[in-house]
Write a protein that binds this ligand. Structure first.
Ligand SMILES: *Cc1c(COP(=O)(O)O)cnc(C)c1O
Length: 391
């Protein structure tokens, strides 16, 4: 692969810096082999239990369940909420598609609002405006793992006569906190992704966290994840046969995936340390250049501790995003844009409601670029990126 890339770009002394390179710890490799030799490879085996406990150490919710993806965890949350046609869920348009799909798959309506230009998170003042008597939830994304303004969102929904849940799509936010409280513990439900682009990666995978102390949610979540059967209760000896009791799907990951995950979690504090070093180096060394040319660097509110998931730049208006990405590519650095506003997408136009014009989402989408950040990046690679940007 490396050889092929080398030849393709026809360079001799320069090695292309990818946007992302998934990290795999030695412990993850060992656990995966152990799992393969153990005779238990389907889900809910010993590695699933151990990895779930470790995750609950990082995000102390009431309950957690490993899932096959964050997308599936969001779909489970939508089922657990009993979302149905006519219901509305408020979410930012500058977003990944899975949050919107989870709503639409239940026949409910996504209601898109704009983002705050400083944090790129859902604009809480627009949440209040978007609430109707059909609103069931606000689905929050902590963009780049920087906490959304949960307090302002809570204040907005407290004014409503109906109960409105907060769901956190925490795909970016593992290891992050707000006023010392881990992200993923604020909403009724929260989700994680272990996709290879995320801070804790196993290729594909995810988790659902349940913060309610009502045991019915965890009981039902186990059923939904096991094809709508009560097989989990059967395995625990609580029923003598298992049967079809609810809707569901196959969202239980294999114990081999969980073994990888356990090994990755054990390396998480080291990989986070390196990501933060890289993030901070970008932030410090790009500051004079950004100020001189009118580019904007990430803003971190004082109460937010972030996990260095993304290093983005908002390019000055006279610089075209595509031109910047192209010029970085010519310097062997892979830089990428991010979300296109969902309210303007083919599907979004058909199935959603939008409150106002959402100008910030459109503007940010056209100006944001993300720099390479991954745990094995060397200091000289980081320097190469900085040189390429400021050259
Ligand atoms: C990556 C991501 C997802 C989807 O995660 P999968 O595990 O690939 O399903 C959902 N939401 C956000 C914000 C993401 O970044």
């Amino acid at each position: 692969m490396v050889g092929a890339t080398f030849e393709f770009f026809g360079r001799v002394n320069s090695v292309r810096i990818p946007f992302n390179k998934p990290f795999v710890s030695q412990q993850a490799r060992r656990y995966m082999l152990e799992s393969l030799d153990s005779g238990h490879q389907s889900g809910d085996g010993p590695f699933t239990k151990a990895a779930t406990e470790e995750l609950l150490g990082l995000i102390p919710a009431r309950n957690a369940l490993l899932t096959t993806s964050c997308t599936h965890a969001l779909e489970m949350a939508a089922i657990l909420m009993d979302l149905k046609p006519g219901d509305e869920v408020i979410l930012p348009s500058f977003n990944f598609v899975s949050a919107a799909n989870a709503i639409v798959l239940r026949g409910a309506t996504p209601v898109f609002v704009d983002i705050d230009p400083s944090t790129l998170n859902i604009d809480a003042s627009q949440v209040a405006e978007a609430i109707t008597d059909r609103t069931r939830a606000v689905l929050v994304l902590h963009y780049a793992g920087v906490a959304a303004d949960i307090e302002a969102i809570k204040a907005a929904i407290d004014g409503s006569s109906r109960r409105i849940e907060i769901i956190e799509d925490n795909a970016h936010g593992l290891g992050a906190s707000w006023q010392g409280q881990p992200l993923g513990t604020f909403g009724s439900f929260s989700t994680l992704s272990f996709h290879e682009t995320k801070n804790l990666q196993i290729g594909e995978g995810g988790a659902l966290f349940i913060n309610s102390d009502d045991p019915k949610f965890m009981e039902r979540a186990e059923i939904i994840r096991e094809k709508g059967t009560n097989r989990s209760r059967f395995f625990r000896g609580q029923v003598d046969k298992y049967t079809w009791v609810d809707i569901g799907s196959s969202w239980l990951p294999s114990d081999v995936s969980a073994a990888l995950l356990l090994g990755q979690i054990q390396a998480f504090s080291d990989t986070q340390k390196r990501r933060k070093e890289i993030w901070n180096t970008y932030h410090e060394q790009l500051c004079p250049w950004a100020e001189l040319h009118g580019h904007r660097q990430p803003f971190i509110p004082p109460d937010a501790d972030h996990p260095a998931h993304i290093y983005y730049l908002l390019l000055a208006e006279h610089i075209k995003q595509a031109d910047f990405i192209e010029s970085m590519s010519a310097r062997d650095v892979h830089v990428t844009f991010h979300y296109r506003p969902l309210h303007l997408s083919t599907m979004g136009k058909q199935v959603s409601r939008t409150v106002g014009e959402l100008p910030v989402s459109v503007d940010v989408s056209d100006r944001l670029v993300r720099l390479p950040i991954w745990p094995d990046m060397s200091d000289s690679q980081v320097a190469q990126v900085i040189d390429a940007v400021t050259q």
